[in-house]
Write a protein that binds this ligand. Structure first.
Ligand SMILES: [Zn+2]
Ligand SMILES: [Zn+2]
Ligand SMILES: [Zn+2]
Ligand SMILES: [Zn+2]
Ligand SMILES: [Zn+2]
Ligand SMILES: [Zn+2]
Ligand SMILES: [Zn+2]
Ligand SMILES: [Zn+2]
Length: 252
């Protein structure tokens, strides 16, 4: 085995396989990765001490194979291993698991996963979106630069998948699915009427042009997830119910 590959995939934290730890420039502590840092520092008792690391500011790493601290670089100057099979010198980011197909987007300014060829950067939304969304989504200014309306985690560099809704607003896919399970069908940000889910269900909501009092059978397709982003495609297939005045309880 080549020296460069020594220890590959056998070190790291719960977030990444990597062969180094980082020294946080903000508090001078050593962490497995920036998420390890942020999780720890945001649990500190004193609110004044809570903070996030600025990834670009990291200057020192500690090789996990030989324990030597050194300036950020891909290869350990002491033992010669790659501290990350993927390495981004802008983000000071290391990851041995290249099956994630990491790439650095200059417009986002951060590394993303899922393969560069599967994404485009939407300048208006301010983030990389799956190719299936090109010319096929409602742009919302800096749509990804806000917190998930359900769990309040910042979406832009979240490790979790994000769903882009018809209205262009975004939230975590898992939070989205939770919301759907609880039969909540409107965007929590703009409250635009919207139906979705990977199932067929009868809806009494006036989603298709406000047909209140009519049972609308709604068939919905959710396009396959490509990397981080999912296009939610809601298609109203047809009205199968006739007048059903009792079922509309003033929803909207
Ligand atoms: Zn810190
Ligand atoms: Zn970590
Ligand atoms: Zn080393
Ligand atoms: Zn990067
Ligand atoms: Zn981007
Ligand atoms: Zn857009
Ligand atoms: Zn969320
Ligand atoms: Zn919305």
């Amino acid at each position: 085995m080549e020296r460069l590959d020594f220890g590959k995939m056998s070190y790291g934290c719960k977030h990444y396989h990597r062969r180094c730890m980082i020294r946080a420039p903000c508090c001078n502590e050593v962490y497995g990765c920036r998420h390890c840092h942020n999780e720890a520092t945001n649990m500190l008792d004193s609110i004044a001490d809570r903070h996030d690391i600025v990834r670009y500011d990291v200057t020192q790493v500690i090789c996990s194979v030989c324990d030597s601290e050194q300036p950020v670089a891909r290869q350990c100057t002491n033992c010669g291993v790659n501290m990350g099979e993927y390495y981004c010198e802008i983000c000071k980011f290391f990851d041995d698991d290249t099956s994630k197909e990491q790439f650095h987007c200059d417009d986002c300014g951060i590394c993303r996963v899922g393969g560069r060829e599967n994404y485009f950067h939407c300048k208006k939304c301010g983030s990389c979106y799956a190719l299936s969304l090109r010319n096929n989504h409602s742009c919302v200014e800096n749509s990804m630069r806000h917190h998930c309306p359900i769990c309040y985690e910042y979406l832009f560099d979240s490790l979790k998948d994000t769903t882009v809704m018809k209205c262009g607003h975004t939230m975590h896919s898992e939070c989205y699915n939770e919301m759907i399970k609880r039969s909540s069908f409107s965007c929590p940000i703009c409250s635009k009427c919207r139906v979705s889910g990977s199932f067929v269900r009868n809806s009494t909501r006036g989603c298709s042009g406000g047909r209140h009092g009519v049972v609308v059978r709604v068939e919905v397709t959710v396009e396959a997830a490509i990397g981080d982003f999912v296009l939610v495609e809601a298609v109203v297939r047809g009205v199968i119910g006739a007048k059903a005045t009792k079922v509309c309880n003033g929803d909207g």
